[in-house]
Design a binder for this molecule. Structure first.
Ligand code: NDP
Length: 446
């Protein structure tokens, strides 16, 4: 069968079943396009139908969460855990609490997670989960009660050797603490079933910083390959959460000038670059503010503009760190107009398919999230092994390991994605992740 017909067959098969799951179809078709030649060239991959099997999650758990708000009213939310692939280790991936959460978004995230986790070289499978619960505007007690009710449903599907959730949007140290407390209460077990825990009860050093720091370590490797230093580069960042702020901090510490941050309500701009102190303050106090960027602006650390874009200044490097599909075609064109030369994804799938085309047409070096934001899950993997061994490694050892892992992922991207002097990081990452998963399917049989 020809290259196109195998690709068409897969696309049509997925479309017919999941035609309303746009994010999931976008993610699966982007990877399929990149790996189809590798698939076609391998008889065992075809015999075991690995492409179709890797496209569909192994299991989807869908439950309802009932809980009491501060007014003693019952509230009802939906919860999911998508266990995409357990081929190379326990299912592993974050939980997201956001009103936009639905099955399509979690399926795309879990699918991407399996490829990302394969790139880390660690024994971790891929999963994602969450709820349409919106923590914004809720009291801390309501968030705690929601987390407890969510875990009361989820606990029977997870475990240190089965599935190990972590945080994602709106799920950070505080929520992981509440979720873990409930898990421990129900099972009377202290173990590594969740990662991103506080350091005082089994968390790992560097886990909170890992995704943002790892993104900057990947950026250093990419810039080295393109023979240009990070020092004095102008960097634009979207988002103002865990990933964005830690990326901004590490880039600033390494001599870059970070000129923008953003949230769903606007952007904070500062052409002279944020200071290390202001970024540290933002990291430490973000949970106490409804809008940390507005608070930074009020303290004289930049100009906060409601409904503004973080991509309106000239910059060398763009790091989208907010959410999926935040960079559409006009936003990509804006990046081109502002002289961006490198774009590395901190968020998962922040660029639309049309945005990718604009970036490629304008020769912007592009690194996909599954390679550039893998630092978080890599350190989660190390948290699991520390928990299993009742051990805690030092901050500097883990930071060094994080650098090694990001460089190893960079190397895999070059190995699979470099042809005739051109580097296609997306294709390289997709093929490297695909080979590890596909080989595991073949070796494990049907
Ligand atoms: P946080 O919840 O800490 O922060 C999310 C940030 O993005 C907030 O500033 C939020 O603004 C902003 N945001 C959310 N939705 C939108 C939107 N529609 N438009 C503009 N801004 C928006 O999340 P994280 O930093 O943890 O995650 C950010 C991204 O990184 C996600 O794509 C996540 O999947 C990915 N990621 C996270 C990892 C981690 O370790 N945390 C690991 C790998 C990937 P507001 O407060 O106004 O909502």
């Amino acid at each position: 069968m020809s290259r196109e017909s195998n690709l068409d067959q897969l696309t049509n098969w997925l479309q017919a079943r999941y035609h309303d799951q746009t994010e999931y179809l976008q993610a699966t078709s982007e990877i399929a396009r990149d790996v189809i030649d590798v698939f076609n060239a391998n008889e065992a991959y075809k015999q075991y139908d690995v492409l179709r099997r890797l496209s569909v999650p192994e299991r989807i758990i869908h439950f309802t969460v009932h809980w009491l708000n501060d007014d003693n009213q019952v509230e009802i939310h939906q919860g999911w855990r998508v266990q995409h692939s357990g081929l190379i280790g326990p299912y592993k991936g974050g939980l997201r609490f956001h009103p936009t959460v639905n099955e399509s978004i979690l399926k795309f995230l879990a699918f991407e997670q399996s490829f990302k986790n394969a790139l880390t070289g660690l024994p971790i499978g891929g999963a994602k989960g969450g709820s349409d619960f919106n923590p914004r505007g809720r009291s801390e007690t309501e968030i705690m009660r929601f987390c407890q009710a969510f875990m009361t449903e989820l606990y029977r599907h997870i475990g240190p050797n089965t599935d190990v959730p972590a945080g994602d949007i709106n799920v950070s140290g505080r929520e992981i603490g509440f979720l873990y407390g409930q898990y421990r209460r129900i099972l009377n077990q202290f173990g590594g079933t969740l990662t991103g825990k506080d350091i005082s009860f089994g968390g790992s050093h560097v886990r909170t910083e890992a995704t943002g720091f790892g993104l900057i370590y990947m950026l250093e490797a990419v810039l080295e390959t393109h023979q240009t230093p990070l020092k004095n580069k102008v960097v634009g960042i979207s988002g103002a959460g865990n990933v964005a702020l830690h990326a901004a901090l590490r880039a600033t510490q390494l001599g870059a000038r970070v000129v923008s941050l953003s949230n769903s309500r606007g952007a904070l701009l500062n052409e002279s670059g944020f200071s290390e102190n202001s970024l540290t303050q933002a990291i430490e106090t973000k949970d106490q503010h409804n809008n940390i960027l507005k608070a930074l602006s009020d303290d004289g650390h930049g100009d906060y503009q409601a409904d503004a874009s973080p991509w309106q200044l000239n910059m060398d490097i763009a790091l989208p760190c907010a959410t999926q599909n935040e960079i559409d075609e006009p936003a990509a064109q804006k990046l081109v107009d502002h002289n961006v030369r490198f774009l590395l994804e901190g968020a998962n799938m922040p660029c639309t398919t049309r945005a990718h085309q604009v970036l490629a047409e304008n020769k912007i070096v592009y690194v996909p999230g599954k390679a550039s934001n893998a630092g978080g899950v890599a350190i989660s993997g190390l948290e699991m092994s520390q928990n299993a061994a009742f051990r805690r490694d030092s901050y500097s050892d883990i930071d060094t390991t994080l650098k090694h892992i990001m460089r190893s992922i960079h190397q895999q991207c070059l190995q699979e994605g470099q042809r005739d002097g051109e580097i296609n990081y997306a294709k390289g990452a997709n093929i490297a992740g695909f080979r590890r998963l596909a080989d595991a399917i073949v070796m494990q049989g049907l």
